[in-house]
Design a protein around this ligand. Structure first.
Ligand code: DGY
Length: 320
């Protein structure tokens, strides 16, 4: 009987994915709920030929050194800032991600946050559940209009464009900033490319869709927040460190920004204390891709990429 390839799966994935994994691989450790610590990560990787990791597993040079048989890391995410890709490449370890399948789910969640923030949905929910609601009031929980307002998008990749497509239903003009020139066939004539300053200063809602890299760390800091309108809202469903949270809290406290909808944080799962108390901020626990269907597809893509590498074929979603 041919031995099954050895796979380390850092976190328990949805059951249909686990079923396929158990059929095709020999697991080096029992997948767990909750992030593994570094010892568990190294132990799981020691004998592994392949690994499925998530955004919380920091795969740096030291971890890679402890994984001498590793040939492929399939990151269960589109973002792969948790992996030292250059070091993986230098060691001949292929790194893959899960693009496309999570685009629509993440765009939907971006809109859920945008609407929830503008229309104070969590505050309303808390009021009703608290029992303190005394009934309809003309001045109760007044929010901001969404329909017809300008949507600014920073980072017009797959998710940025999916967010922009949804703006049509709200009659919202879209302006965007993208660092590189985009393929015109992926764009809509109604979306206006603008300068970095203009997208910040001219939008009512600004949604971030850039990957986290050294260049995008604190892309939105005090200077950028000062360019935004005091009536504007910032929405972040990409990676927390793209925003300087201390500067964001100060901007909202000082009335220089109306509010923010956040799915991601600088030090997940820790929250900047200011974010915890500001009612103008809506917080979600990094749910961008969290639909059952999407999370199953992400797992299946990881499996496909791993099998490709182990069978000597090109990985469909290779990033390094
Ligand atoms: C991603 O894919 O990068 C998401 O943040 C994970 O849900």
């Amino acid at each position: 009987m041919v031995a099954l390839p050895k796979l380390y799966v850092a976190r328990l994935l949805p059951e249909p994915v686990m079923t396929v994994i158990r059929e095709r691989f020999c697991l080096t450790a029992a997948p767990q709920v909750g992030a593994p610590n570094r010892t568990a990560l190294r132990d799981g990787l020691r004998e592994a030929q392949a690994a499925i990791c998530t955004l919380t597993e920091g795969i740096d040079g030291d971890v890679l050194k402890a994984a001498p048989h590793l040939r492929v890391i399939a990151n269960y995410a589109v973002g792969f800032n948790n992996i030292a890709v250059d070091e993986a490449k230098a060691k001949g370890v292929v790194v893959t991600n899960t693009p496309d399948v999570l685009t629509e789910a993440t765009a939907d969640l971006t809109w859920a946050l945008l609407l929830a923030t503008a229309r104070r949905v969590p505050e309303g929910d808390r009021l009703v559940r608290s029992g303190a609601w005394t009934g309809w009031e003309p001045t109760q929980l007044l929010g901001a209009d969404v329909c017809g307002k300008t949507l600014g998008i920073i980072g017009m990749g797959r998710i940025g464009r999916a967010v922009a497509r949804r703006a049509k239903g709200f009659d919202m003009p879209v302006r965007y900033y993208n660092r590189t020139t985009l393929d015109p066939s992926t764009l809509n004539d109604q979306w206006r490319p603008t300068s970095w300053q203009e997208v910040l200063a001219g939008s009512d809602f600004i949604s971030l869709h850039v990957p986290l890299t050294a260049e995008t760390h604190h892309l939105i800091g005090s200077a950028e927040l000062r360019l935004m309108r005091p009536t504007a809202y910032l929405i972040n469903t990409t990676r927390g460190p793209v925003v300087d949270e201390a500067a964001l809290v100060a901007a909202i406290q000082e009335g220089r920004l109306a509010g923010a909808g956040l799915d991601v944080y600088e030090q997940e799962p820790a929250l900047h204390p200011g974010l915890r108390t500001l009612p103008q901020v809506v917080t979600l626990p990094h749910l961008g891709s969290a639909t059952l269907n999407t999370r199953i597809q992400m797992g299946m893509i990881c499996v496909q990429n791993i099998l490709a590498v182990l069978e000597g074929r090109p990985a469909p979603n290779r990033v390094a």
